[in-house]
Design a protein around this ligand. Sequence first.
Ligand SMILES: [Ca+2]
Length: 305
Amino acid sequence: MSINFDEQNFKILENSYPVPMILDTDTFNEIDDQFAVVYAIMSPDKIDLKGITAEVFFNCRSTSYADGMEKSYQEIQRILTTLNLTEKIPALKGSTRILKNKKDFVESAAADFIISEAKKAKERNEKLFVAAIGALTNVASAFNKAPEIAEDIVVIWLGGHEIEFDGNPREFNLEGDVIASQVVIESKAKMIRIPCWNVAGKLTIAAEELHESLKGGGIAGEYLKDVFASWWHNQINKIIWDISAIAYINIPEAMETRIISKPKLDDECYWHHTDSEEKIMEITKIDRDKVFADLFARVKKHNNN
Ligand SMILES: [Ca+2]
């Protein structure tokens, strides 16, 4: 039994805030991670942010997995520099490739940091929370390098769609490293999974509302407005997927959940229900308005301009 997490009910215990957390993020892959990074930083009453680890990604904003990780690291540094926090919150470089097989691991400062923070949490009789808002390469590497740490970790992962989703299951974070996704799902870590399409996908916002809501948000508010404006799609509504993982810690009451047998993830990215004794929590619904209200209130409260 840990003193900060009820493993049966997947609940953070009431008196245990702020909980120790590492944010694992493919920060530069689009523009929602930056919101999640700022949101985590602005939640010191709920989150004891131990560090931010840079995750791989490979899309039109990178030339390789390694380049994606490097660009994510630079973006984390940009945020910490903007907020004058480089001395307070460590940023760590992650994997430079994805996993080759289920026993593989990639050496990185990020994986070693996850291992060492999990061991420290265990000494305190706590769980370490890892909010993972990208592929799971760093987390899986930590688990494969030091398998004993998995049971001391709660992974809050935004990855994959709903198990019952009948469209293409190749969601970006899951597909970013399918083997790593399988390693973490099959590990002894407790997982709270936030499906993307019909769950986190409800976190949409238009530029007008964003600008109005970030008035008085100081340097962080200006940074988020700039990031939003840089989005090349120039959509009217943008989904800010990644704030869901932080919101689960801050305001779990804004979410509906289910505890089910641990599903199986196959090599083609399809989920399958099982009758396993091991359980997983999945988020089934998110109160969009509550999440954005919490984010914007925090940015304004911590306005350091
Ligand atoms: Ca992300």
